[in-house]
Design a protein around this ligand. Sequence first.
Ligand code: AMP
Length: 217
Amino acid sequence: MRLVFLGPPGVGKGTQAERIRAELDIPHLSAGDMLREAVRRGTEGGRKARAIMERGELVPDALIGEMIAEKLRALEGTKGFLLDGYPRNTAQVEALDAVLASLNARLDKALLLVAPEEEILRRLTLRRSCPSCGAVYHLAHRPPRGVGVCDACGARLVQRSDDTEEVVRSRLAVYRRQTAPIVEIYRRRGILAEVDGIGSADEVAARIRRALQDAAA
Ligand code: AMP
């Protein structure tokens, strides 16, 4: 299965992508995680991306495009992947098409996860994550057992610097303006599956499973 995962920031793509990765045994390629890792390591790309990410805007297409292309080339001949957070505009759709064509591959499905903006705002401003192992919590719906501490590895949880209300509003505006239009491209290609992102993680996972079974049928 070669999948792209679309949807506004905070709709639950990361959480669901991890489940799909485990169930289908395909790698989860998260554009945001790759960029955050580059920022942490202080690479040239990371230095360029840092301030842009803190404002909630999109980093240059070439910067993220190269990172994604490199990962996809390394996966040539394997049984698939789940791309999360890429593509995010029409130029990135074209860049992805070109990389896949050069690998003689094509996408099987574009999964679109949807939820109202007010719900997203609530989710993101209450989101906390573990800087050490990447686990994600929600202070209302999925709080850690110990206050402010990761259940999995004991590290102190942090709020992503782009999860403040002001930056979340700007990320949602970027999504509306630049990313939402690409949904139509995949719809026209007949590979779009739209899934309701409201409900528990288990409920949403069950809907995604059904959408992928329909795709495989
Ligand atoms: P995410 O973790 O997917 O919410 O991404 C966090 C931030 O990384 C975004 O707000 C952007 O600044 C940047 N980013 C992630 N994916 C992309 C992409 N495909 N194109 C440009 N910027 C991106």
